[in-house]
Design a protein around this ligand. Structure first.
Ligand SMILES: Cc1cc2nc3c(=O)[nH]c(=O)nc-3n(C[C@H](O)[C@H](O)[C@H](O)COP(=O)(O)O)c2cc1C
Length: 368
């Protein structure tokens, strides 16, 4: 499937319920408080442009792009929509400065991070007029990020996709709102897929929702159709949080491959891990020297053992095998638990319009 943006447009604008017109809409310059998160190998130009064109806020996943691919993707989004969008990085990627210089030149509205960016990185973003948004999985992470000066946070509960903590969204979100919501907007993530969920997030004090899996399963996401079909078959109990990929907990669809990795010994894991590290270096354009420097920095900053460090590139390469090369049996399928309640592949505009219409109907029902 081409990753060029498609032409689907949102329905005509109607007045929005005041409960849905939040701080996040103003801060991000969007109509709806709905963010499509950065998802490695998934949120390319087509998905991001479609989300921003539909009135939400799309985020390009640049962690798994070379510099050239990132440049082309930013260009493609801008050609498709004048609306704001963001780019997702890893806080410890070795070429971060060069990449930040490019997003600054391109006037990108926001940079998001899966982990915690440094104070220095946040200051650089602010000097360039760019918003900084980390994902947090605990109240104390949110407090620390507020202290570093971030502009908003995603609070991602344990039902979410990708790397995830253990606290469920229903408990984490009100905690994070309580800790930092007075100062900065909070987006709820992990399990959101509907208008009722958006209203629930607002009830917990959040300013909007950020969704990964729900956007992965749309017409515009670049995942091959046969792999999307595999996601649609999964039930809410078909996912598992495993540390067997790269040492950090990650939610994936349970497959024979994942079961095998969970049983593997360090001796069988290590050669695979080293091969994946070298492959990841090639696809992201990282030099061998940078790979080693980055590895040593990660070992120090994240307190990793040597074997965890060796595993670090596993997750992206196995995800690529499934989501880009279309080989789910040879790779892994990261997902939120809400994959089990998602049954179809709407266009992004249909999805965003539907969530807003459902949220309006829910608010009307509660008001009545
Ligand atoms: C396939 C996939 C890839 C992901 N890759 C990234 C990534 O590169 N960077 C990041 O910050 N988060 C990543 N995530 C996490 C999402 O951005 C988001 O926080 C999460 O999916 C929210 O939970 P939900 O899937 O229940 O909506 C990924 C999630 C999925 C499902």
């Amino acid at each position: 499937m081409s990753d060029a943006p498609s032409d689907s447009q949102p329905a005509a604008a109607k007045p929005l319920h005041p409960a849905l017109d939040t701080r996040v809409c103003e801060l991000l310059g969007v109509r709806y408080p709905i963010v499509q998160t950065g998802m490695g190998w998934v949120s390319g130009a087509r998905l991001t442009a479609a989300t921003s064109a539909a009135g939400g806020f799309g985020i390009l996943a640049a962690v798994t792009m070379t510099m050239d691919q990132m440049r082309d993707a930013i260009q493609a989004v801008k050609e498709h929509t004048p609306n704001p969008f963001g780019v997702n990085f890893r806080p410890d990627q070795p070429d971060l400065d060069e990449r930040l210089a490019h997003v600054t030149k391109e006037g990108v509205k926001l940079v998001s991070f899966a982990g915690a960016p440094s104070k220095d990185t946040i200051a650089k973003l602010h000097d360039a007029g760019i918003l900084a948004m980390p994902t947090v999985g605990a109240r104390r992470h949110a407090e620390k990020m507020l202290g570093f000066g971030v502009d908003l946070v995603i609070a991602q509960g344990g039902e979410g996709g990708g790397h995830t903590g253990t606290v469920p969204t229903s408990l984490l979100l009100p905690q994070v709102v309580d800790a930092v919501g007075e100062h900065i907007p909070v987006l709820g993530a992990g399990g959101f897929h509907s208008g009722a969920g958006l209203v629930a997030a607002r009830a917990w004090g959040a300013d909007g929702i950020a969704m990964g899996t729900r956007f992965l399963l749309t017409a515009e996401s670049r995942v091959p159709d046969e792999v999307k079909a595999r996601y649609l078959e999964a039930s809410v109990t078909d996912t598992v949080v495993t540390t067997a990929l790269d040492g950090a907990p990650q939610r994936v669809i349970r497959t024979p491959m994942v079961d095998g990795l969970e049983k593997a010994t360090p001796v069988t894991k290590l050669p695979k891990a080293l091969r994946n590290a070298l492959d990841f270096r090639k696809v992201t354009g990282t030099s061998l020297k940078d790979l080693v420097t980055e590895g040593l920095a990660m070992r120090k900053s994240q307190d990793l053992t040597w074997s965890q460090l060796a595993m670090a590139a596993n997750a992206p390469m196995w995800v690529k095998a499934a989501l880009v090369d279309g080989r789910p049996d040879a790779g892994v399928l990261p997902t939120g638990q809400d994959v089990g309640v998602i049954t179809e592949l709407p266009t992004v505009a249909e999805l965003v319009d539907r969530i807003i219409a459902e949220a309006e109907a829910t608010l009307a029902r509660l008001g009545a």
